[in-house]
Design a protein around this ligand. Sequence first.
Ligand SMILES: [Zn+2]
Length: 338
Amino acid sequence: MTTALLRRSLIRTQVDFDRTGVQYGCLEVPYSQNRSAYGYIPIPIAVFNYGDGPSLLLTGGNHGDEYEGPVALTKLMHWLPGQRLRGRLIIIPALNLPAVLACSRSSPIDGGNLNRLFPGKRDGSVTEMIAHYVESELFPLVDGAIDIHAGGSSFDHLPTLLTAPPPAARAQSDYERLVRAFAAPNALALDMLGEDRTYCAAATRAGIWFLGGEFGGGARCDPDCLAIVESGLRRVLHELGVTPEDTPPAAVHESKRFVVQGRGHYLHTREPGVFEPVFHLGDEVAQGQLAGRLHFPQAPWRAPIELRFEKEGRVMCARTFARVEAGDCLAMLASQAS
Ligand SMILES: [Zn+2]
């Protein structure tokens, strides 16, 4: 057996990515456990392959408690068969299916946070194997990838497209067309701060373009955010020529552009307690402005601690849970880009 064969993913699928037409199937992630010694976890996948044209990967459920992506992609799967299509779409609405079913950011099987596990491991845990499959088997098949997120259980997030403009100048105008086509109310350029374990970082390593996004939060499926994702995907597919005869919903937003400027844009607590915010999601706040008070349910006679914003900016996401532990993030700000 050659080294190349040894390195191939252990995840199997009956789907043939090169076959023309529509296929539904599963990624079979080997999972040997007490109640199923030779079993696997079936992660649903759809492939729409209509020859010449762009090849794209669309994913949701990277984090399990973020439902706008899985619902939008499921609805897209039902809508696409009525369209004339070009190119190839690979759609996985619930990439970390065990986490999606458990309404949990991380996998209930191995505790894995998929979006911090790239490039994954061929012979690792279930979640590591999923990451490895995406990076080593799926990314080489596509020109670009869209991964839809939301704030998860612990955050509410303004509907925001996350962008990672390609380094090559000649690719930037094409990328910008896609950002404009998606037309989310907000667009935030990712600053990875050296983080290389994410889906976005893996896509960048693979040399493909990436669009992500945070659309809602609180483990809900927000109808307004869902509509933004659904219509944004329709416009991007049309812009790319995948659905040439579609008349997608007109864009109603011209994206406001934001950047996160370092740690000062994050509000953390250094002590445990109960946080009483005095701001709302979407507020413009000033440097030094009161953000809220930390209360101590086990010592209510203790004076509350005031927490202040270190920098000015717009509140892009805010914590949902009032109960906090030391080190928890309470909010993230961003500055409007010039
Ligand atoms: Zn997420």
